[in-house]
Design a protein around this ligand. Structure first.
Ligand SMILES: Nc1nc2c(ncn2[C@@H]2O[C@H](COP(=O)(O)OP(=O)(O)O)[C@@H](O)[C@H]2O)c(=O)[nH]1
Ligand SMILES: [Mg+2]
Length: 165
């Protein structure tokens, strides 16, 4: 794994973690609830391989249990995700982060926050303070996206710029 970077997606079920990966890989299917850990590898022509880990589980406690085996894994980037149209997913994300901090893991070099489903949040008129949530999660950067229609290049660039590539 010398020449790979490892990215972990964290957020409760339904926020769009698997969608991010499917967009990146140009998989057209609509993702179902993720039953098992998904490990995807991107081979880039110029630069290290990127391994993306999609943690299964819908609720905070299920996800915490699933992240435990990743304890000693060297993570380069954590992408925290929530649904901009659903404030509960933001509260649950904070709960998830606190639960993970409470048991001292996982260790990572850098973290960012993606507020997904911007299309829905605009439609229903819900707006959340992304920067405030970003501060509470101690992330380096925040992004508002609608992953379902996002250009895969843009998603890849977000990952690369935060991996320092
Ligand atoms: N409207 C809208 N739906 C989205 C967006 N991103 C994901 N979804 C939908 O939200 C549902 C849950 O997404 P999924 O990727 O399975 O979430 P996960 O449980 O975090 O992996 C799926 O039906 C997606 O198609 C988005 O940007 N806008
Ligand atoms: Mg999923």
């Amino acid at each position: 794994m010398e020449d790979s970077r490892v990215v972990l997606l964290l957020g409760v079920g339904g926020v769009g973690k698997t969608t991010l990966i499917f967009r990146l890989l140009d998989v057209r299917a609509d993702p179902n609830a993720t039953p098992v850990m998904g490990i995807y590898k991107l081979f880039l022509s110029d630069g290290p391989d990127i391994i993306i880990i999609d943690v299964p589980g819908q609720k905070v406690h299920e996800i915490v249990e699933r992240v435990v085996p990743l304890w000693d894994f060297p993570l380069d980037l954590v992408i925290y995700m929530f649904d901009m149209s659903d404030p509960l997913t933001a509260r649950e994300l904070l709960e998830l982060k606190r639960a993970l901090d409470g048991i001292g893991a996982p260790k990572y070099r850098r973290a960012i926050l993606i507020g997904n489903k911007l299309d829905v949040s605009e439609e229903v008129g819900v707006s959340l303070d992304l920067e405030e949530l970003g501060r509470e999660l101690s992330v380096e950067r925040t992004y508002q996206l609608s992953l379902i229609r996002e250009d895969p290049e843009r998603i890849l660039n977000i990952i690369l710029e935060n991996l320092g590539q």
